[in-house]
Design a protein around this ligand. Structure first.
Ligand SMILES: Nc1nc2c(ncn2[C@@H]2O[C@H](COP(=O)(O)OP(=O)(O)OP(=O)(O)O)[C@@H](O)[C@H]2O)c(=O)[nH]1
Ligand SMILES: [Mg+2]
Length: 196
């Protein structure tokens, strides 16, 4: 089984023209503030403080590129996107977020997959459904990750995940950064979409 053997923070920027050169296939992680994007990326890469995690929503405001080397020696970018849906953010800031994200998503030639994170207890809401249809229009594959699976009883996890998949018609992977669950499945999916 392929593993991540090295990770390097390459860039953290709020400007499209300052993104790193598109030299590797990349997979971006999107989702509302506090859903657990940065925590999941840390768990996936096996490095606690690589992506900044905070109990204050709206922590990640930039697009963060981490170069990741696999045990097969292939390289890809794991990308942490700024969270959306934080109620205290002004209308102008929300619009700026949407413009910035849409520009990134539709212009990044090397973007192979967008992983949309939803809290397993909430499922997709309007913002996620809009993002899904936007990505469908621009032709970028999507998988859903249901985060914080540890918050659902073991006996109910399977049924909750099946329902999410049925309701959306999109592949769903359940994960927990706390319990390190679903990480192998997620990494295998990322690698497959990158074409390695
Ligand atoms: N129980 C549980 N808590 C989690 C899990 N993943 C993240 N959290 C908690 O959720 C909060 C937000 O986590 P982050 O990883 O910073 O979330 P984010 O999506 O990156 O947030 P923004 O950067 O604001 O967009 C933190 O308090 C984490 O400890 C998980 O798998 N289980
Ligand atoms: Mg974050």
């Amino acid at each position: 089984m392929i593993r991540i053997v090295e990770t390097k923070l390459v860039s953290s920027t709020g400007r499209i023209d300052a993104l790193p050169e598109p030299t590797h296939p990349e997979v971006a992680f999107a989702g509302r503030s506090n859903v657990g994007k940065s925590s999941l990326l840390n768990a996936l890469s096996g490095r606690k403080g690589l992506f900044k995690v905070s109990s204050t929503p709206g922590r990640t405001r930039t697009i963060v590129h981490v170069e990741t080397r696999l045990s097969s020696d292939a390289r890809l970018y794991l990308v942490d996107l700024p969270g959306y849906g934080y109620a205290k953010v002004s209308r102008d800031a929300k619009d700026a977020w949407a413009d910035f994200m849409h520009e990134y998503l539709e212009s990044r030639q090397t973007l192979h997959l967008v992983v949309i994170l939803v809290d397993v207890r909430r499922g997709p809401e309007q913002e996620e459904l809009q993002l899904i249809s936007f990505l469908d229009e621009v032709g970028i594959p999507v998988v859903l990750v249901a985060t914080k699976l540890d918050r659902v009883k073991n006996s109910q996890q399977k049924a909750v995940l099946n329902k999410l998949q049925k309701d959306t018609g999109i592949r769903v992977i359940g994960t927990s950064a706390t319990d390190k669950k679903g990480l192998d499945m997620l990494l295998a999916t990322v690698i497959r979409y990158c074409g390695f």
